[in-house]
Design a protein around this ligand. Structure first.
Ligand SMILES: NC(=O)c1ccc[n+]([C@@H]2O[C@H](COP(=O)([O-])OP(=O)(O)OC[C@H]3O[C@@H](n4cnc5c(N)ncnc54)[C@H](OP(=O)(O)O)[C@@H]3O)[C@@H](O)[C@H]2O)c1
Length: 268
């Protein structure tokens, strides 16, 4: 058996007062941030550097999904806790801590009622955002009531007016396009508010729409050794005729406990 050369993040994923993580957080806007030296710097240092470079074009967007071996992110009824292990959960909290804004689709808020805050590592809570074009959310969910971070609700412009609110959240109207609300426009709206690093945390429909509109710089797919056999799909894109039309981005791989995360780079 050959030994894996993929960086292993699991042993860095433990203590909440992890000094290396603090050091990285402090240097996340530093042009000379290290991108080698340990798996932590290799994974997150490179993302910080990519964010800096992306500022020239406006913003940086990274999506993440944890999926089973058979490409599912949840059961059909919507249970997704938990597909991946503790190391990947810590990773998502670290991604939140690095990002300016974290975004999910309306189904995720309805089914999970997530807080979208940073709790498993050090770091500030990002601005929270949800795409709810038809205004299906009623304001009873935690992100609208807990006041833990500023919260935005993107709704179709025929369903909302600037200045509307839902609980603590500001409602932001966005015009409809071929893939629903235009992900590129959502990125522009966030960038105009100074939110230049966007972390899209699911679910599959939301990430797929960002991917379909070329609105992702990176896509992180954590594959867990689990077969669900049915359930909500990870990515779903329009049909292609042949494999030459498939996407073949350059990738990096990281071992996260029992899971493997493949990070796709769409800028390269
Ligand atoms: N394993 C993981 O990593 C992970 C992560 C997050 C969530 N989850 C699970 O995934 C499930 C939810 O995922 P999902 O794929 O069903 O749904 P989702 O992505 O959470 O939400 C999809 C809905 O959001 C709205 N939406 C998203 N992007 C839009 C756009 N660009 N324009 C217009 N509308 C947009 C649409 O609402 P309308 O239908 O109203 O048009 C769409 O149907 C839950 O079970 C959750 O637990 C798993």
């Amino acid at each position: 058996m050959t030994e894996s050369r993929d960086p292993v993040i699991s042993d860095a994923a433990s203590a909440p007062d992890d000094r290396a993580w603090w050091a990285l957080l402090e240097r996340r806007h530093d042009a000379a941030i290290p991108v080698t030296g340990s798996p932590l710097w290799e994974l997150y240092g490179a993302l910080c550097q990519a964010h800096r470079h992306a500022l020239a074009k406006g913003s940086f967007a990274v999506a993440h999904l944890a999926q089973s071996l058979d490409g599912r992110i949840a059961t059909l009824s919507g249970i997704s806790q938990w597909v991946s292990g503790d190391e990947d959960l810590l990773h998502t909290h670290r991604m939140r801590a690095l990002a300016d804004a974290v975004l999910v689709g309306v189904n995720t808020v309805l089914l999970d009622d997530p807080q979208l805050t940073v709790r498993r590592c050090a770091g500030a809570n990002p601005v929270r955002a949800v795409i709810d074009p038809e205004r299906r959310l009623d304001g009873s969910q935690r992100i609208f009531r807990d006041g833990a971070a500023p919260t935005l609700l993107f709704a179709a412009s025929d369903r909302a007016r600037s200045g509307d609110a839902l609980g603590h959240a500001e409602v932001v109207p966005v015009p409809r396009g071929p893939f629903g609300l235009d992900p590129q426009e959502i990125r522009r709206v966030l960038a105009r508010r100074g939110l230049t690093w966007l972390f899209i945390e699911g679910g599959g429909i939301t990430v797929s729409r960002f991917l379909a509109t070329r609105a992702l710089d990176r896509l992180q797919l954590t594959v867990a050794p689990l077969i669900i056999g049915s359930g909500r799909p990870s990515l779903a894109l329009p049909e292609i005729e042949d494999l030459a039309s498939g996407l073949r981005p350059s990738t990096r791989r990281f071992v996260l406990g029992n899971d493997v995360m493949v990070e796709c780079d769409f800028d390269g």
